[in-house]
Design a protein around this ligand. Structure first.
Ligand code: PEP
Ligand code: MG
Length: 766
């Protein structure tokens, strides 16, 4: 009797002792072959990039065929199994219409064939095949055995694939096409050399690894060491100044302000004095620096206040800079040449700010999420980014040629030449497309049959203002006010906020600017107000946070009203509304802010008030909310996330996150129809507005305003100018009846192709 669980147990037992994770596949095929008393057992894994199945391990076929035999989906018996996602048991493999013969495998000798798909969480990751000489069908028991093995191994296999383990240190498998999936930070394609940013964030990092080699000798020439330290300090200051100057043209004032924080630390006399005191006591300059940095960083690290705690990192960072000067070492990012994909484990906006922008082709971060400020900055700079890819081995990927596909949230290190060629072609197509789109800037966003759609920009950084205007944005549809808060060292005062908001309103005046009140929580945290929750997306987020912190909220409302004086192009937008009382409470605060300001002599006007439709409950009480608001804006990112209960930042379920799910589309249509009936102007301001295929449906549903990142605006305009409203309506009517996401996507792809927008798909924008 066959005992699949015993075989599995044995596989897991032996696998635990394997030195080389790459031997896992070998182990599986040999054990399965043995248990089934078959002649051959092989595993083919899906190469998702090339969409084909690659022979990865075999016991019984010629091993030289490993990695050589590649079957596109639908081709060969393996491709057939993949396409049908069902077991195949045939007596004579060679008679099957899909049979493809690969001479290098030597498989002509084997007649019977049993294959089963390896599927994890509905994702096909490969195919397990078993072959025998004799022309006889495998028994039902053997079928059940193969199915059980494939099902049980799918999870561990998927995981090791995601970790890249199967390639790791596997002698036979060339170290190429190391592929990671993450979440989308910013769309676009990039190719370049990976640069692993070595950051010594923690005290242990800088003290133990970076400065550990510093000898503790006390025989140093004291005067010479003081001099060395002073020279290094001056050089570090100069270096910082140069970097800031270099960045000035590329970075917004708010990001540049970070340099001020570093400069203040470098100029702090008490730190320099302490270092010199150590040197005068006989320590070398490097040891004195280490001791001082350690003392101060530790002092900050132990503080209760999160903001002060975060200061420890700034001090370490600065200590590192001075140390590099002392050692005459190159900075981690010095010497960067050519297009570079910056890769790191905890990249911050200041890392990006410090990086030579001309060379920054893409960003990959092991952590981070689609809505994090790193993603927002990447979008603002138009740099493709993939975040949250999980652990990476710097030794394996540093300096490797890399492809970054921000549309599909994948990154491929050491791609094979063929893949590089494909992506190079796509990059060329994409840049040609973008150049062509420039010409659309001054043309109206109007369908060929005369329906106008208002296109607005999403922003939160000053860096976005010019790109938005130059790409023809008709206003700001979403100003994410949490971004300037995230860039600041502490809660900005009311006066500081006026200084931040006013230039935005002025730059667009008289075009409308819709400012959203602080939307922190979820994955958007303020460095100086850190709180942890088990379930942050369902927690203290958006309006819930601000209503509970009314003085912070009041100062923001007052600042926005003050910034709007004499301009009158402001409207206010509330995030994460899920209940009526939130709107009513906000109304009270707004009235209070107006009364206060009037009594202080300011002549403020009352802006229009809108709410974000992100939480499904808001959709269900829209009629009740409508009496108290002037407009709505659908936040499709959160709307999709909350409606489907799928965390869009969780790679495990990211394939379930889609606005092409019939439920999401129905939800959206319901909001749009209700809003029309209630006379509420409606906009949509999530990523969906930048998805060409989705835009067709939004047009068909009757949305007349879309807001998106400035860089994606021309693509959306192109779709609007190419597809008649009548076509969009009839496509929507068809799609409404469809039951699957794949059917919907397929139909939309056809429509894009038919209207000459295939480039948007080929260049990866779909
Ligand atoms: C959204 O949820 O779609 C949205 C625009 O808000 P944010 O992405 O800032 O959460
Ligand atoms: Mg949102």
């Amino acid at each position: 009797m066959l005992e699949p669980l015993n075989t599995l147990r044995e596989i897991f037992q032996v696998a635990a002792d394997l030195d080389e994770p790459g031997q896992l596949l070998e182990l599986i095929v040999s054990r399965v072959r043995l248990a089934l008393k078959a002649e051959v057992c092989s595993i083919y894994l899906l190469d998702a990039v090339e969409d084909c199945f690659v022979l990865k391990a075999t016991e019984g076929l010629d091993k030289s065929a490993i990695n050589q035999v590649r079957l596109p989906r639908g081709e060969g018996l393996v491709g057939y199994i993949a396409e049908h996602q069902a077991l195949l048991n045939v007596e004579r493999a060679s008679k099957h219409p899909n049979f493809v013969f690969f001479p290098q495998t030597g498989e002509q000798a084997f007649e019977s064939f049993l294959g089963t798909p390896i599927v994890h969480f509905r994702k096909l990751i490969g195919v397990l095949t078993i072959q025998k000489h004799a022309a006889e069908k495998f028994t039902l028991e053997q079928e059940a055995f193969a199915i059980t093995i494939a099902a049980q191994l799918a999870g561990p296999l998927d995981q090791s694939l995601d970790n890249g383990d199967l390639h790791l240190r596997d002698e036979r498998v060339p170290d190429v096409n190391i592929r990671f999936r993450g979440v989308k930070g910013a769309s676009g394609l990039a190719m370049g050399k990976a640069l692993w940013l070595k950051r010594k964030h923690t005290l242990a990092g800088i003290v133990d690894t970076r400065l550990a080699d510093v000898s503790s000798d006390r025989d140093a020439d004291r005067d010479a060491e003081v001099e060395r330290f002073r020279v290094a300090l001056a050089a570090a200051k100069e270096d910082l100044k140069e970097q800031k100057e270099r960045m000035r043209g590329n970075l917004p004032k708010d990001v540049l302000a970070l340099y001020g924080m570093y400069r203040m630390i470098l100029e702090d006399r008490s730190l320099a004095d302490e270092i010199e005191t150590y040197i005068k006591a006989g320590w070398t300059a490097a040891t004195a620096l280490r001791k001082t940095v350690k003392n101060h960083a530790r002092a900050f690290e132990t503080m209760e206040d999160d903001y002060l705690k975060a200061k420890a990192e700034d001090i370490l960072h600065i200590g590192q800079r001075v140390y590099a000067q002392l050692r005459g070492e190159e900075d981690d990012i010095a010497g960067v040449a050519g297009p570079t994909i910056l890769v790191g484990s905890d990249l911050s906006i200041s890392d990006i700010a410090e990086f030579p922008t001309e060379q920054l082709a893409g960003i990959v971060c092991t952590k981070g999420s689609a809505l994090s400020h790193l993603a927002i900055l990447a979008n603002a700079l138009g740099v493709p980014a993939v975040l949250g890819v999980g652990e990476l081995d710097p030794n394996r990927i540093d300096k490797a040629e890399t492809i970054l596909d921000g549309y599909r949230a994948i990154v491929i290190f050491k791609p094979v030449e063929q893949l590089q060629r494909e992506y190079r072609k796509l990059l060329t197509q994409e840049s040609a497309l973008l150049k062509g789109l420039d010409a659309l800037r001054d043309l109206p966003a109007e369908t060929p049959d005369g329906t106008a759609v208002t296109l607005m920009a999403n922003t939160g950084l000053l860096a976005d203002i010019t790109p938005g205007l130059s790409r023809g944005a008709q206003g700001i549809g979403l100003y994410r006010s949490e971004i300037p808060f995230m860039m600041h060292e502490s809660f900005p005062s009311e006066g500081e906020q006026v200084e931040i908001y006013r230039p935005v309103l002025e730059a667009y005046h008289p075009k409308p600017v819709c400012m959203r009140t602080l939307d922190i929580g979820g994955d958007k945290n303020l460095p100086y107000f850190v709180f942890t929750e088990d379930n942050p997306f369902l927690g203290w987020r958006g309006i819930r946070f601000t209503l509970d912190n009314s003085s912070i909220f009041l100062s923001q409302i007052r600042a926005m009203l003050r910034a709007n004086i004499g301009l009158d192009n402001l409207s206010l937008l509330l995030p994460m509304i899920s209940r009526l009382d939130e709107v009513l409470e906000f109304r009270q605060l707004l009235t209070e802010a107006v009364l206060q300001l009037e009594s202080e002599g300011y002549e403020v006007s009352l802006p229009k008030l809108g709410i974000m439709i992100e939480v499904p409950s808001a959709m269900l009480i829209l009629d009740q909310l409508a009496e108290h608001i002037d407009f709505i804006s659908i936040g499709s990112n959160d709307f999709t996330q909350y409606l489907l209960a799928v965390d869009r930042n969780n790679v495990k379920v990211s394939q379930l996150y889609s606005w092409f799910q019939p439920s999401v589309l129905r939800g959206l249509k319901s909001v749009v129809s209700q809003a029309k009936a209630l006379g509420l102007p409606t906009s949509l301001c999530g990523e969906m507005a930048a998805d060409p295929a989705a835009v067709i449906l939004l047009m068909g549903m009757g949305i007349d305003q879309l807001s998106m990142s400035a860089y994606t605006l021309p693509k959306t305009k192109w779709v609007i100018r190419s597809i008649p409203q009548s076509v969009a309506v009839s496509v929507w009517n068809e799609v409404q009846m469809m039951k699957t996401e794949s059917a919907i996507r397929q139909r939309l792809t056809e429509v894009l192709e038919q209207h000459g927008l295939g480039g948007l798909i080929r260049a990866g924008a779909h």
